[in-house]
Ligand binder design. Structure first.
Ligand SMILES: *[C@@H]1O[C@H](CO)[C@@H](O)[C@H](O)[C@H]1NC(C)=O
Length: 316
């Protein structure tokens, strides 16, 4: 057996956001409001889609899954952040830290795979409109969702198990507001070569491959529109793909901003700000992007409300 002379760490300190103490309350209120908006917005989307049979199409079922994923994703980090902002010693237990890392990766990767499924759905809808219902059968939709879950469970479990076998040094201060994998790796004393290799390979799998798939489905969508250019076709494609394209841009925009932009001298602050972008802002905006200019969602909302009003007025 390998001799262990490192300190056994039972707790980590999460330094939180780089803000002044007197701004603490302001940011607490801001994050609480954003979190409640995220939960409410995504919850309404899920309920609307489940209740309204007009929305039982592949696109909306995927959207409902995406909203579920967003809701869980922000619940992994923000409640703990809010709790830590109020406590004197912002700590997290070792097991809690690994669990947070696991669920963070789980829902982040799930989002990435669901965006691919949605891109495929749009590709089939625009390039093969006549065969759409045959190709995008309920069985295929369920398989795509199930495959996303299986892949993401496997990937995040692998990262977490590889992290769990490492030993930490005496330093247990994480300069971040949640247990981020790369922030944790900086505190590790043992050899992290395997971890880095797995992060490199699987990171490519969950970021580059989905990006290429989404990109190629949009290339085909655009080329199929350009083959028979008509104002109506362009409008239709834009109205059905616009929301998805916005969500994709938001998702990959943050990733590109985080990894590809040359980092400033204060890279830890930049990382935290970008992390706030993808843990708080993106999950909050997704439901709005999908519902604001969307007639189907507005219609479902109207039907739901009018049903309730009729119900209410008949009952009294
Ligand atoms: C996720 O998608 C599947 C397959 O389309 C669907 O049956 C299911 O209701 C969706 N789940 C949620 C929570 O939206």
């Amino acid at each position: 057996m390998e001799k262990r002379n490192q300190t056994v760490i039972s707790e980590f300190l999460l330094l939180g956001l780089p803000i002044q103490p007197e701004q603490q309350n302001l940011f607490y209120a801001l994050f609480l409001a954003m979190y409640l908006t995220t939960v409410l917005g995504n919850f309404i989307i899920i309920v609307l889609i489940q209740l309204d049979s007009h929305l039982h199409t592949p696109m909306y079922l995927f959207l409902s899954n995406l909203s579920f994923s967003d809701l869980c994703f922000s619940s992994v980090t923000i409640p703990k952040l809010l709790q830590n902002m109020q406590s004197r010693v912002p700590s997290i237990r070792y097991a809690g830290c690994l669990a947070q890392m696991y669920f963070f990766l789980l829902f982040a990767d799930l989002e990435s795979f669901l965006l691919v499924a949605m891109a495929y759905d749009r590709y089939v809808a625009i390039c093969f409109p006549l065969h759409y219902t045959i190709i995008m059968s309920p069985r295929l939709c369920l398989s795509l969702v199930a495959l996303s879950w299986v892949l993401t469970t496997f990937i995040s479990l692998l990262h977490t198990l590889l992290m769990a076998r490492l030993s930490f040094c005496a330093d247990n201060v994480i300069p971040h507001f949640f247990c981020d994998m790369s922030a944790l790796l900086k505190l590790v004393c043992s050899d992290i070569q395997i971890n880095e290799m797995v992060i490199f390979i699987l990171g490519g799998l969950v970021i580059i491959v989905p990006f290429m798939l989404i990109f190629s489905s949009y290339v085909r969508i655009v080329s199929s529109i350009l083959k028979v250019p008509s104002a109506r076709g362009i409008c239709k494609a834009f109205s059905t793909c616009g929301s998805h394209l916005s969500v994709v841009s938001l998702f990959y925009g943050t990733i590109i901003g985080l990894y590809l932009c040359p980092s400033a001298n204060n890279s830890s602050v930049k990382e935290t700000v970008m992390a706030v972008m993808y843990t708080v802002v993106t999950p909050m905006l997704n439901p709005f992007i999908y519902s604001l200019r969307n007639q189907d969602i507005k219609g479902a909302w109207g039907r739901l409300l009018s049903k309730r009003i009729i119900h209410f007025s008949l009952g009294h």
